[in-house]
Design a protein around this ligand. Structure first.
Ligand code: KG4
Length: 338
């Protein structure tokens, strides 16, 4: 074993630890926090407390499953940000404490950077990975970005949302429809049997590669409000068509800017990542988009679309190979660009 990396992720509401040995995944343990469901969103204070409870058993289990002793670790990688500060502090402090105790180096990882590099998580040595440069559409609950990935540690954000993220558009519209949080997966499910051409919602018209989703949210809200005045059961009676039309609008917005980026920066590979990349419609649309342009599409396994430490460990592995370590006084950050 040349390099044994422990990854720790605690940026939002999942406590996760993973072990990557010589670039190959050995374990990926995730403790999700159910405590937030009753509140319709993640409650930061509760998330921090749950991380405190979960972190020791999750890290122990990841090491156990990987059959790796703490003394065998080459480095400990942790998510430094962006995310909820209280949640991040748990993972950051734990990683530092463990590193001091074991006298091991630490590697700080940008959470968004890790989402992009999730395509390099190998289960077998022979697994294929994307070729540089490639374009990555990073779509999550907090971010929507088009990133030109030139190397493991060299990425440029070409465009990003100027207001809501794609995931927020799903979640906020789902809330108006009376669906539980997070609404994205519910919209996905309902859209499967809906007519996507039935309703039209507003699409943004902003220059460059940037995204905007707040206009769509408002237009969705007004459509429902006006329709409910005529028929109080409008949402219930049309829920599948509403979900399908909303999903189609979000996909059209995402694809339009991706198309522009790929025209200006010709690449042979396109990848997607982040929670929204679990969406069936998005996955199909990206596959079709790439097929038409003779581009190889990289669609992540669903378990790697949400927050996980495997992606933190792989991002840490590439920084470790570049000798990019950090100091023990490095603080976490809530917001940052790639
Ligand atoms: O990347 P992620 O786990 O959280 C952030 O760190 O932001 O993404 C969560 C987002 C939520 O907005 C959720 O509704 C959305 O991903 N999401 C989906 C689906 N699965 C998760 N959106 C649409 N369709 C899905 N199947």
């Amino acid at each position: 074993m040349n390099s044994v990396i422990l990854g720790i992720e605690s940026s939002c509401d999942d406590t996760s630890a993973a072990v990557i040995v010589d670039g190959v995944l050995r374990s990926n343990v995730i403790a999700s926090q159910k405590v937030h469901e009753a509140y319709g969103g993640v409650v930061p204070e509760l998330a921090s407390r749950a991380h405190q409870q979960n972190i020791v058993p999750v890290v122990s289990e990841a090491l156990r499953q990987a059959n790796v002793k703490p003394s065998e670790l080459s480095a400990i990688a942790f998510t430094r940000g962006p995310g909820l500060l209280g949640s991040l502090l748990v993972g950051v402090s734990f990683a530092k404490g463990m590193a001091i105790g074991l006298n091991k180096p630490i590697v700080d990882v940008n959470h968004l950077h890790a989402h992009v590099l999730s395509h390099f998580i190998k289960k077998e040595e022979s697994d294929e990975v994307p070729e540089f440069p490639f374009m990555c559409l990073l779509i999550s609950g907090g971010n929507s970005q088009i990133i030109l990935v030139k190397d493991y540690n060299d990425m440029t954000i070409l465009g990003q949302t100027i207001d809501d993220a794609a995931g927020e558009a799903f979640d906020k519209c789902a809330k108006v429809m009376g669906l539980p949080y997070p609404g994205g997966p519910h919209i996905d499910r309902l859209a499967q049997t809906g007519d996507a051409k039935r309703f039209k919602f507003s699409k943004p018209n902003i220059p460059g590669y940037d995204y905007s989703f707040s206009g769509l949210k408002t237009s969705f809200l007004y459509t429902l409000r006006d329709a409910k005045k005529e028929n109080p059961n409008f949402v219930e009676e049309n829920i599948n068509d509403l979900a399908a039309s909303l999903q189609k609008t979000i996909i059209d917005i995402l694809i339009k800017k991706l198309d522009l980026a790929v025209k200006d920066y010709p690449v042979k590979h396109v990848a997607i990542g982040g929670g929204v990349s679990a969406n069936s419609g998005v996955r199909d649309a990206i596959s079709e988009f790439c097929k038409k342009r003779n581009i190889k599409a990289w669609i992540p396994e669903r378990s790697f679309t949400t927050d996980n430490a495997a992606m933190v460990a792989i991002a840490g592995y590439f920084k470790y190979k570049d000798n990019q370590f950090c100091s023990l006084d490095l603080p976490p950050y809530a917001r940052v660009e790639v």
